[in-house]
Design a protein around this ligand. Structure first.
Ligand code: NI
Length: 268
């Protein structure tokens, strides 16, 4: 599968499952903006059958290369970022994984068992990256139990393999050329920002400013019946040139740490 098909498929699933995301995209388009993606992010477990290196395969095959890695100690996460070798506007790929060894045995074996339930041909498939939940209908009780230890794990249990978020490159917007202007537009149109760590994560001095909307609540069919939980979110990033005049291209771990919380459970 080529890159264009991979991105189209990811986008289609992301916007179909998360109507709020489509609304934000439409809002930018109606303002005459071209929406270019800064990065696309994925979540997984560090089980070697589905870890970062497995999810990165279709991108490496299509011209991406490894750039850097990041640690999020409090959240028990590790992440790698990839960039396309030649396509200038291709989104960065950011893949994180939960470090299972840092959790108790019950928690760990529950998650490993989800992976045990994935058929071999799905594990080896190029389509793994957008194949969603491959272990069947989730339990709301289990979702809540996982949340006690890791909101990240709970989200992964329900949604599995898909784009966790796309990120609008604010550098490519004409009218809304600052994170502050983007945030005002979102708030004026009724979207809730993730305020953990402030509405804006990072500073111009750190060369990267980010914000995100909280994931919209979507109805999920659990074993116990239907419940509304946060799905995926949309992120916004503005990059600044470094001392050599090149736009900073990395990620700031302490900002990303707060952005992860955009999928934390809440009720309206
Ligand atoms: Ni992100």
């Amino acid at each position: 599968m080529n890159l264009e098909n991979i991105f189209n498929k990811l986008w289609e699933i992301y916007t179909t499952q998360n109507p709020d995301v489509q609304k934000v995209y439409n809002l930018f388009k109606s303002e005459g903006e071209e929406v270019i993606n800064d990065h696309i992010a994925f979540r997984t477990l560090n089980d070697k059958r589905v870890n970062i290196d497995v999810l990165a395969k279709p991108f490496l095959k299509n011209g991406y290369e490894y750039i850097n890695s990041y640690e999020f100690r409090d959240k028990h996460l590790f992440a790698k970022h990839y960039e396309h070798k030649s396509l200038k506007n291709a989104p960065r790929i950011f893949i994180s994984e939960l470090i299972l060894e840092e959790f108790d045995n019950d928690f760990k074996s529950f998650l490993i068992n989800l992976i045990n339930r994935i058929p071999e041909n799905s594990l080896n498939s190029e389509d793994l990256i957008f194949s969603g939940n491959l272990w069947g209908k989730p339990s709301f009780e289990k979702y809540n139990a996982l949340r006690e230890k890791s909101e990240y794990a709970a989200w992964f249990y329900v949604f599995g393999f898909c784009a966790n978020h796309f990120t609008v490159s604010v550098n490519h917007l004409k009218k809304y050329d600052t994170i502050q202007k983007v945030n005002e537009l979102l708030k004026n149109n009724g979207f809730d920002l993730n305020t953990s760590g402030g509405e804006v994560k990072g500073t111009p001095e750190e060369l990267l400013e980010q914000s995100s909307i909280k994931s919209g609540l979507i109805e999920i069919d659990f074993v116990e019946g239907k419940h509304k939980i946060p799905g995926c979110y949309y992120e916004f990033a503005k990059r600044y040139p470094d001392a050599t005049g090149n736009l900073y291209s990395g990620f700031i771990a302490k900002s990303a740490d707060k952005i992860f919380e955009s999928t934390d459970f809440y009720q309206k």
